[in-house]
Structure formats: C-alpha cells, structure tokens
Design a protein around this ligand. Structure first.
Ligand SMILES: *[C@@H]1O[C@H](CO)[C@@H](O)[C@H](O)[C@H]1NC(C)=O
Ligand SMILES: *[C@@H]1O[C@H](CO)[C@@H](O)[C@H](O)[C@H]1NC(C)=O
Length: 525
C-alpha cells in the first residue's frame, strides 16, 4: 500500500509539470462518435423528439425524461442499458395550436408542449411543467405509472417559450421557481407554489430594477440555512455604463418567507442577490452544479458549486470553469449592501453592515424596515471563486453543461472529475489533479446536427446521461477494460481505472472489491 501511494504521488507530481489552468490542446484519448473503443448506448423513439429534461430517481434505477409532447420513464438500473418503462403523451389540442399560431408563433417549431421542468414532488409523484403551445401547463405524475393529474393553472412555474430556461426546485413538498412568467418572456418572477401549512404562496413579479432581463440557469437548496438559491444572468445596471453588461448573479430567498403585513404582502422580504465573478471576460453563466461535501465532512458550508462561464464579447468558442464555495456565497449575502435611489436611479453603497437584508423571519418587521428592505437587495461585494482563479480555461470549446463526481483514488484522497459538454456533443472528462486540470478523454457523444439539452450524472451507476434533440445517450464514465495491458492501463492516467493483479485486467477502481491488490501508481513490475 505504501509503495502504491508513493507511486501515485509521483505520477501526480509528474502530471503537474508544465500545467496551468489553461487546458492543453489535446485530450489524452480522443474518440469519434460511436467508436467501438468507447461504445455509447443510445435511446430514441421514431415519433418523439426534443428530449429536454432529465431527472434521476433517488435509487438511480429510473430516468425520467421530458420531451416534446411527452414524458417518459426509462429503466437505467443496469446503467448502460436504456429501456422504455412508460411513456405518457401530453400534447396540446389542435385549437391550442391554432391559438398559439394566431399569436404569431411557428406552429411546428414552437407550439408543441416542450416539457422543461421535472422535479421529485414527494415519494410517489413527479412534478412536470411544459410550455404547452405558449400557454404553460403542469401536472403531477405517478412515479411508477406516469398517470397524470393535470393542474388548473401553471403561471410562473415554467416559461411560455420553449427557448427559455427556467429554474425549479422542490423543498419539503413546496415548489420554488424562477421563470420568465409572461407570453413575451420579459417578466422575471421568483415564486413559491404549493405552500404547506396554510401559509400563502409567495410570488413576486420582479420590477425591472430588481432583475434586469434575467436568464435563469439553475437553483440549489441551502438546507442548513433554509434558503433557496437561484443562479442567473442579467444586464447589470449598477455600474452606470453605456454598454449592456451581462453579469452572473445568485439570488437567495428564505424557504419559510411569508411576506410582509402592510407592504410586501405575499412578496419576498428576504430576496437578495449578489454577483458571481469567474475571470473577465468570462462573465456569462452557462451552467452550474453543486457537489456536496463527502459524508464524513458533513459541513454544508463546504458545498462546492462548479460553474461554466462564457464571454459575452467573444466570437470564438471559449469558456472558463470556476468553483464557488457555499461559505463564500453566505459571506457575500451577509453584506454590506447597496441602496437603490428611486429618484436618481443610482446605486450607492450602504456604509454599515446590516443584519436585516436577506435574513429570514422579517414578516413581523415594521413598515419602515420593510420599505428599507424593498430598496436594498444587491450586495456591494461579490463572490470570488475558490483560490481566486478559474479551475480551467478552454480556448477551443464553449461548454454548455457540467457535471461533477468525486473519486476516491487508491491513495485514499478524493479527487474531482468534471464532465464538460459542448452544445454539439463533445464531452471532456477532466481530472482535477492536485496541481492542474487534465483532459483524460474527449468523446463525441452525438451525431452531427444533434444538439445537447441536458446532462445528468449517476456516479453510483458510473454513467453520464446526455439529453439531446434526438434522444438520450448513456456514456459510461470510464472504459477501463479497453486498456489491454498493465502498462496501457496506467498510462491512461484515469483515476477511475487501476490494474488488477489477480484478474490481470484493467478495472474500475470503485467497482473492484479488493482495492489493495490494484496497482494504481506508476509501475507494473
Ligand atoms: C427540437 O428539435 C428540432 C430538431 O429535431 C430542432 O430543430 C428544434 O430547434 C428543437 N426545438 C427546441 C425548442 O429546442
Ligand atoms: C404526493 O403528492 C400528491 C399530489 O399532491 C399526492 O396525491 C400524494 O398522495 C403524495 N404522496 C405522498 C407519498 O405524500
């Protein structure tokens, strides 16, 4: 064991030579689409398209898929075999489509029901919301049978437009959404629906000042602080510059906010926002995913968010990836804040740190306090990434989706593996080693002309699921068995693979019962 440890450390130290945060031009291994050396498993149906939303069941045996005019459940219990369990059709009527067309929309391209939201509502039901011919509808689906209970109205729960993204999250049976809530897609709204215990739904149509031309990207729950976080882009106004400058933000609301009494009735008293900064000019947030700390740590503040940024100005495909710690977000939300002057339309920093802004439990606060809260919601500071720099910068690829898993390597340490996906289906598996990022594999996962819409990773099954216009593709996270010899196995430098002495083959480390017998470092003698 000690020998293996030393060898691995040597290997990692050697990797570090000459690496910085800019990705090297070439991946260690590169696979064209449908290469026999890196097989993919594809699911598609002749009459179903625009697979846009993926949701794994808690046991990762079922994958729920939102598509155009349908919701499907796939059996993925074997990981890399995809079989259809159930499919329910959910299609607008001809008259719905006529109305949609009469409002100037393209009947074939835009007037379908594009299911953009799927969430686990409770142990027995899944929540779904679709654009439904530019007139959003939602439903509860039985998790086993997909039997559908349609709900009366869905305003503010998913977008009218199939082209817009929204964010949705269920916490304790209540649904939190951030969405452009009107036909034109210009009115951002952050809301709580299905509120429990008799408390009112809170639904705030954000004035143009609160959120400017927002584009919602994701959401996360800060369970320890009972707060919901929404990640989005907007046009910044606080710099008072002529150019429309896009910035990435995170907003926070309290899960239990019930609004004020005299003012801010059924509106958030806790809504605040701050800025996420990666590396200029990479300011536009494309995707974000949370990695909770390992169970033995358990300190929620150590949760890391991995985020992809692109540049608003760049015409080249390039992007940057930054990691943010939940502790840094909380710190930014602690203040200080800026104050909006409704007469001059200027933002000015408030000197003192205030304990009120963004806090929970303001429902009983005085009228004047809530007036103050109404005008003060943007922090003066911003959130810097871990180590104040990006994890990596790619000058060749504009990534659109990210997933992350922790790998316990043979040395006992945990490392992170990033899965970065471009819109046209180039998947990069990137090992974040101690001293720098390394692209272990580059895999083309889609046919030419297809388009990525979603990425879901099951670390326990060892499979990344890619949703696209044409179908769902399962990509095993590693293919250790492709390396025929000990030397090739170690040369692959894949932290998921090691050479098994007893079985004489290259095997997945996390699936190998007796890890001690694996050679995981530098030598095969
Ligand atoms: C749906 O898929 C088709 C290709 O099959 C594509 O042309 C179209 O843009 C997609 N629509 C949306 C809303 O993504
Ligand atoms: C889940 O929610 C649905 C819809 O409100 C309800 O009918 C069902 O009984 C709930 N199931 C559980 C296990 O709470």
């Amino acid at each position: 064991m000690a020998v293996a440890l030393v060898l691995l450390l040597v290997a990692i130290a050697m990797d570090a030579v000459g690496t910085d945060a800019t990705l090297p031009l070439h991946a260690h291994s590169s696979f064209p689409f449908n290469s026999p050396d890196r097989p993919l498993v594809r699911f598609s149906l002749p009459d179903t398209h625009n697979f846009s939303t993926l949701l794994l069941s808690d046991d990762h045996d079922t994958l729920y898929v939102g598509a155009r005019d349908a919701v499907l459940s796939l059996n993925v219990s074997a990981g890399d075999v995809l079989t259809l369990k159930k499919k329910v059709s959910w299609r607008p009527t001809d008259s719905d489509v006529d109305v949609c067309r009469s409002k100037g929309k393209n009947a074939t391209m835009e007037c379908g029901n594009f299911v953009g939201v799927l969430q686990h509502l409770n142990a027995s039901h899944v929540y779904a919301c679709g654009s439904f011919a530019f007139n959003p509808r939602d439903a509860f689906l039985d998790a086993d049978t997909l039997a559908m209970t349609r709900l009366p109205a869905a305003r503010g729960r998913c977008p009218f437009s199939p082209w817009q993204r929204s964010a949705a999250l269920v916490a304790d049976g209540e649904l939190f959404t951030a969405v452009m809530a009107d036909f034109k897609g210009v009115t951002p709204l952050i809301a709580r629906h299905f509120s429990k215990g008799g408390r009112p739904d809170v639904s705030q149509e954000l004035s143009p000042i609160l959120l400017e031309e927002a584009d919602f990207v994701g959401s996360a729950l800060d369970a320890a602080q009972r707060k919901v976080l929404f990640f989005f882009n907007e046009v910044a106004k606080e710099f008072n510059v002529r150019d429309e400058q896009h910035v990435a933000r995170v907003a926070s609301v309290c899960q239990d906010d019930v609004g004020g009494v005299q003012i801010l009735q059924k509106k958030w008293t806790s809504l605040v926002k701050t800025t996420l900064r990666c590396l200029p000019p990479f300011a536009v947030l494309r995707d974000i995913v949370a990695l909770p700390p390992p169970p033995e740590d358990g300190e929620s503040a150590h949760t890391l968010f991995y985020a992809i940024f692109s540049s608003q100005w760049s015409l080249r495909p390039e992007s940057a990836v930054c990691a943010f710690r939940l502790a840094s977000l909380r710190e930014a939300f602690a203040g200080p804040y800026r104050h909006f002057d409704a007469h001059t339309h200027l933002w000015s920093p408030l000197q003192a740190k205030s304990s009120d802004f963004g806090q929970c439990g303001l429902e009983g606060a005085s009228h004047s306090k809530l007036e103050e809260v109404k005008r003060t919601f943007l922090t003066d500071g911003h959130v810097d990434p871990e180590q104040s720099r990006p994890l990596l910068v790619s000058t060749r690829h504009r990534y659109s989706r990210v997933a992350v898993m922790s790998v316990r390597a043979a040395d006992g340490w945990s490392y992170q593996l990033l899965f970065l996906l471009t819109e046209n289906g180039i998947l990069h598996k990137v090992f974040l080693s101690l001293r720098g990022p390394r692209v272990i594999e580059e895999i083309a996962v889609l046919e030419r002309g297809d388009h990525v819409t979603a990425l879901a990773l099951s670390a326990s099954k060892g499979v990344a699921f890619v949703g696209s216009w044409g179908g769902v593709t399962a990509v095993p996270v590693a293919r250790c068995s492709a390396h025929p010899s000990c030397g090739r196995c170690l040369l692959a430098r894949d932290p998921l693979c090691g050479w098994s002495r007893s079985r004489k083959l290259c095997a997945r480390l996390d699936q190998e019962p007796g890890q001690e017998e694996c050679i995981c470092g530098g030598g095969c003698q």
